[in-house]
Design a protein around this ligand. Structure first.
Ligand code: NAD
Length: 309
């Protein structure tokens, strides 16, 4: 399959690499000049299980790509999706399906606003990846993808995309309720990412304080209320079970979450698409969301202090 990765950072590079290894024709699209030139001159450096290899995959700025693709994997941070879509507008033909696996609530609506007529699929993934410098990723662990066609996409195309993702070892499965998975992950991130960033700790360290468990329950209860009003079947019980499972050191526990790393590297975060989305929707729906509002404000304050430009 001819595949473009629009947003080839940590996750885009992982997926691009795995799809390329499975024999697909992959193009990496990104905005970061140093990243593109490093990949094109040295190859994409992929470190996995202590081994490093350099893989030749073409990388380019959006405006320099003019092919017809069967699939575009949209993989920027949530707040960069609209800009990326505008930059690849010339690649969005009627034969191109677009799959977005970025984290966050509201991505679907944002994509539909900018590109209303595309063959769109959205989903969520439990794969992870770390971008350690331009042209260089470290891949650990395994994961899976859940995805669902939103508009205009035939069963045949969904099955074809599913087969291609699975042939690359990405453990994909079509879902009938991907919005629940997206909200469940946003709730998980809305607790673990934010609390570890504010408290400057690893995920498993949240267990050391009784206050974090009280805060977690407050955050989750507000997610549940807003989800209910939006007909998303996310319950506090389900969310808390997912969060508890992630605290174990052999799961994600022994790591600083990505939002912590964003702040440490002086980058803005996806907070407006996590707790910020709950605060915004709560206001629209007249549902009180004081904890998510405060958490959003605290993370924005950390951004203002940490962000370089
Ligand atoms: P990232 O910041 O490493 O990658 C995003 C890339 O997109 C960057 O290289 C950036 O240069 C590029 N980009 C942004 N806007 C662009 C534009 N307009 N034109 C061209 N390039 C543009 O982010 P990531 O960690 O790969 O995360 C992507 C998404 O996946 C996020 O929603 C994140 O929450 C989610 N996610 C990440 C992980 C992880 O382990 N990193 C795991 C699961 C989900």
């Amino acid at each position: 399959m001819k595949i473009a990765i629009a947003g080839s950072g940590a996750m885009g590079s992982r997926f691009g690499y795995m799809l390329h290894q499975a024999g697909n024709q992959v193009t990496l699209i990104d905005l970061w000049p140093e990243h593109i030139s490093t990949i094109n001159t040295k190859g994409l450096s992929v470190e996995s299980a202590g081994e490093q290899k350099f893989v030749r995959i073409p990388a380019a700025f959006p405006e320099d790509v003019h092919d017809d693709f069967d699939l575009i994997l949209l993989f920027t941070k949530a707040m960069q999706l609209s800009d990326m879509l505008k930059k690849i507008a010339h690649l969005l033909t009627e034969n191109t399906a677009v799959l977005c696996l970025s984290n966050g609530i509201g991505n679907l609506e944002n994509i539909q606003k900018v590109a209303p007529h595309i063959d769109l699929l959205v989903g969520t993934t439990l794969w992870t990846s770390e971008l350690v410098g331009p042209g260089s990723v470290i891949l650990n662990g395994s994961g899976y993808i859940e995805f669902q066609a939103i508009e205009n996409v035939s069963h045949e195309t969904v099955n074809k995309i599913n087969d291609v993702l699975n042939a690359a070892g990405l453990n994909a499965r079509p879902s009938n309720n991907v919005l629940l998975s997206i909200w469940k992950k946003a709730c998980l991130n809305g607790v673990l990412n934010t609390l570890c960033t504010i408290l400057d700790c690893k995920i498993m360290e949240l267990n050391k304080s009784q206050y974090t468990s009280v805060l977690t329950k407050r955050i989750v209860a507000e997610f549940e209320s807003v989800a209910k009003a939006k007909d998303i079947p996310l319950t506090a019980e389900l969310a808390l079970k997912t969060i508890d499972a992630s605290l174990a050191p052999d799961q994600a526990g022994d790591h600083y979450p990505s939002m912590h790393q964003d702040i440490a590297s002086g980058r803005r975060t996806e907070i407006d698409y996590l707790n910020g989305a709950i605060a915004r929707m709560g206001k629209e729906l007249n549902i009180p969301t004081p904890t998510n509002t405060l958490i959003t404000e605290l993370i924005h304050a950390r951004e203002d202090i940490a962000v370089k430009n």
